[in-house]
Design a protein around this ligand. Structure first.
Ligand code: PMP
Ligand code: GLU
Length: 397
């Protein structure tokens, strides 16, 4: 049956595809180690689970307001005020079925065919397809390992045209773990204001910051709040990926447009998960610190081991739970009679030879790299790296 033209222009999410492939291999009895999907390996904290049970038992099981219950909107408003010093009213915030759904609704509400969306690469896999599904054109702009993969004002300026409407920023970044400083954001804001652009600030990894860094959002920069959509959610900070709650704050007319789209597609996000999200945002925050300490140990271990492998370089990520080493040296090699040409070839080789699942850099628009998600235990990470090192040593040149 012929599908819509739209659907032929995107591919399935590669991160979710790798996850499905690793799970399928496991079902077949293959002992696969997965550095694939970015899904914290911790349980959702108990007080959050209890809030969900309470919601069910109290019969909070019906449709809610489309854009989320007032209680959750107020918890989101408090979060922005306390953590980010940003003031919003209820009509300026909205809740959707995960951060990904927020981004989808936003693109649908804001973008027209022909509009250009600037996406710094390496980027999270879903940004370009979400722009494409809204009929817009993603314009990727390369950033360099030597600059810690951060977008410079001049690189941004270099891709702006009369059609540029939106810039996507993601700090801490998936896949690089890079974090923008206030000064860097201020310099970008100068270009954004001069060209009258809007910004999506995807802050989903806000709480996962290392080395005592503090988080800054571009919406905090002078003149930027009215043109920034601050996107966040509970998936990563509270180990709640399956609950599907994300939220956004931004200009009210766009939030109203997004709510209209949500009313004609998913309706409200899950009522029980909304109550759980209230508990996450208003409850004790030390649960994040415990996860962060575990992530930090893994990060240090991974970076050191990766840099210890011949001809591999790996920047130290400052946030999130990914490392993004450069493995391009191995693209000139041969293994099992086959030439390894690129990140996809190397990831395939490592999956078949070492039984380690990784996401090739090409999925993030940066083919010299491979992404490791370290949302998995230190023991598993150790074993995975042993296998990778062994498999890389079998590549001949
Ligand atoms: N943004 C980034 C950068 C991500 O890595 C993810 C992870 N899936 C999301 C948004 C969306 O997360 P979720 O839909 O689970 O809230
Ligand atoms: N964001 C995570 C990742 O990059 C989860 C999967 C997805 O939604 O893409 O692996």
């Amino acid at each position: 049956m012929p599908l819509s033209e739209r659907i032929s222009r995107i591919k399935p999410s590669p991160t979710l595809a790798i996850n499905a492939r690793a799970q399928e291999l496991r079902r077949q009895g293959v002992d696969v180690i997965s550095f694939g999907v970015g899904d914290p390996d911790f349980d959702t904290p108990k007080h959050i689970r209890e809030a969900a049970v309470r919601a069910m038992e109290e019969g909070f099981t019906r449709y809610t307001a489309v854009g989320g219950i007032d209680e959750l909107k107020d918890a989101v408003i408090e979060k922005f005020e306390n953590d980010n010093g940003l003031d919003y009213d209820r009509p300026e915030v909205m809740v959707s079925c995960g951060g990904k759904h927020v981004l989808y609704n936003l693109a649908q509400a804001l973008l027209n065919p022909g509009d250009e969306v600037v996406i710094p690469a390496p980027y999270w896999v879903s940004y370009p397809p979400i722009a494409i599904l809204a009929g817009a054109t993603p314009v990727t702009v390369r950033t360099d390992e030597a600059d810690n993969f951060k977008l410079s004002p001049s690189a941004l300026e270099g891709v702006i045209t009369t059609r540029t409407k939106l810039l996507v920023l993601n700090s801490p970044s998936n896949p690089t773990g890079s974090v923008y400083t206030v000064e860097e954001l201020e310099r970008l804001a100068e270009v954004i204001l001069r060209h009258d652009l809007y910004v999506v600030s995807d802050d989903i990894y806000e709480k996962l910051l290392f080395d005592g860094l503090t988080f800054s959002d571009i919406a905090q920069t002078a003149g930027m709040k009215d043109r920034t959509f601050v996107v966040n959610g509970v998936s990563k900070s509270y180990a709640m990926t399956g609950w599907r709650i994300g939220y956004v704050a931004g200009p009210r007319e766009v939030i109203a447009g997004m709510t209209k789209i949500q009313s004609q597609s998913t309706s409200n996000p899950n009522s029980i998960a909304q109550k759980a999200a209230v508990a996450a945002l208003r409850g004790p925050q030390d649960v994040i610190g415990e996860m962060l300490a575990a992530f930090d140990k893994r990060r240090r271990y991974l970076v050191e081991r990766l840099n210890g492998i011949k001809n591999v370089s790996c920047n130290t990520p400052q946030g999130a739970f990914y490392t993004f080493p450069n493995l391009s040296y191995y693209f000139n090699g041969r293994a099992d009679e086959k030439q390894i040409n690129d990140s996809a070839g190397l990831a395939e080789y490592l999956l078949t030879e070492a039984r380690v699942a990784l996401v090739p850099g090409i999925a993030f628009g940066a083919d010299n790299f491979i992404r490791f998600s370290y949302a998995t235990s230190l023991e598993v990470i150790k074993e995975g790296l042993d296998r990778i090192e062994d498999a890389l040593s079998k590549i001949s040149f």
